[in-house]
Design a protein around this ligand. Structure first.
Ligand code: GLY
Length: 314
């Protein structure tokens, strides 16, 4: 079967500055090229998703891994999850610190009997696996936090992308995500985040819950946006279960996003189904998503603010 791939680097309000949009596009396309080549070479959807998440976590532009935002106490705590649609198994880590790629822990936990670990347990696992201690802090994220502290934390969300020229203009819902369909027709989804920024210690992100990342043999979804809104909509399983029950992916996306919009949610999602259909949806102004449909790459960076759901074709 022809592999399909869609990735995202968050959602937010308008990306002002053409230079910024082009830089984000290049970052996303570089990841698509490497991961799509892996899919063509026959790696599983799960392995492709892990590699895609690692690359996006390593890009300081996005709020996951390196470049994660700081919480209210000035610390970085990251969350990530992986769902293998073929085995329908979910694994993840919540509020983990001092690691380069939180998705690696989620990958390890796929074959464990305890599949979701939080802060202390996740640190213990990092130590057990002898993964090197890593500081994901960037100068720009520190500057952003210090500025907010000066302003007495008026902002409720951090910038969606760490672009100096964009930070001011983009209230953010940063997260990264990858959904892949492999040559054997298997689907997997992965999502990783530094959280919403300036949040209370102990706040749990949707990115490490099925609400934000879900896949079965029929469809896979990775969400971005305000975690609380994604949890309230139970967005990823809502879409996947609709497809499982017979709705087309595009219908499931349209129904779910119109409901989310009516509920005034601020979120976005990328999705794939077992026919190889690629789709995206958003209620926020922009969704930083890009996809490879087997013939070409394209993205959602400059869609009109009114577009809610789109399909890339199969
Ligand atoms: N969607 C990322 C978060 O709210 O933590």
């Amino acid at each position: 079967m022809q592999p399909k791939l869609i990735i995202h680097g968050g959602a937010g309000s308008s990306l002002k500055g053409k230079g910024g949009v082009e830089a984000v596009r290049q970052s996303l396309y570089k990841v698509l090229e490497e991961v799509y080549a892996l899919l063509i070479s026959g790696v599983s959807a799960t392995e492709a998703v892990v590699r895609g998440c690692q690359l996006l976590e390593d890009d300081p532009r996005f709020n996951a891994g390196t470049g994660s935002v700081l919480q209210s106490d000035g610390q970085i705590r990251m969350s990530a999850s992986l769902m293998d649609g073929a085995s329908q198994s979910f694994s993840g880590v919540i509020n983990v610190t001092r690691i380069q790629n939180p998705i690696n822990l989620a990958q390890f936990l796929q074959s464990s009997s305890d599949r979701v670990l939080s802060d202390f347990g996740a640190s213990e696992l990092t130590r057990e696996l002898q993964l090197p201690s890593y500081n994901p802090l960037t100068d720009l994220r520190l500057e952003e936090w210090l500025q907010e502290r000066q302003d007495n934390f008026k902002k409720t969300m951090a910038g969606v992308v760490a672009e100096k020229e964009l930070v001011e203009s983009s209230a953010g819902r940063g997260t990264i995500g990858v959904v892949a369909f492999d040559t054997d027709g298997r689907i997997a989804a992965g999502t990783s985040t530094g959280g919403k920024g300036f949040e209370r210690i102990g706040r749990v992100s949707d990115s490490a819950m099925p609400a934000g990342n879900y896949a079965t043999q029929y469809a896979g979804v990775s969400c971005t946006g305000v975690g609380e809104d994604i949890i309230d909509e139970c967005l990823a399983p809502r879409i996947v279960i609709r497809v499982t029950d017979g709705m087309s992916l595009i219908e499931a996306m349209q129904r779910s996003f119109h409901e989310a919009s009516a509920n005034k949610r601020d979120l976005g999602a990328i999705a794939l189904d077992a026919n190889g259909t690629i789709a995206w949806g958003k209620t926020s102004e922009v969704l930083l998503a890009a996809y490879h449909n087997g013939e070409k790459m394209n993205d959602t960076l400059e869609l009109s603010e009114e577009s809610i759901v789109g399909v890339a074709g199969s």
